[in-house]
Design a binder for this molecule. Sequence first.
Ligand code: CUA
Length: 151
Amino acid sequence: KSEKVWLTISFGMIMLFMIATGYQAFALGMAPPGGMETIDPQRVDQIAPFDNPGITKIGEKEYEVVMTLQLFSFTPMNVEVPAGSTVHFRLTSKDVVHGFQIVNTNVNGMIMPGYITDITQTFHEPGEYLVLCNEYCGVGHQFMATTITVK
Ligand code: CUA
């Protein structure tokens, strides 16, 4: 009889353990990484500011760039700012995980569908900065690039 009791108890323990780990995985999976803002990736085109991607001057040598990443491009392409500008990028993906790496800077972000990533960078040196997707995103991945021109 006591065997049955122990079996019931251990079965109960296993169930509790499974529920606890399952819940933990669920909670972790649902929590935005680092408290990032979320966005419905299916409706990016209809949600401000991504309904109107582009560059906006917001101060003296200060710009905001609202950008979407999608297979296999950046919108807008070929952003241009004066030297010494601080640029606040607001980024999201419309489909899969992409990368946002600005060559010769420390900027290297992972842009995930469903999340908004904010990156700020000051461009002191004039030049043509290459922007690359550095997360494998499919057959056109190697062609996913654009530039930021600082003059
Ligand atoms: Cu987008 Cu690789």
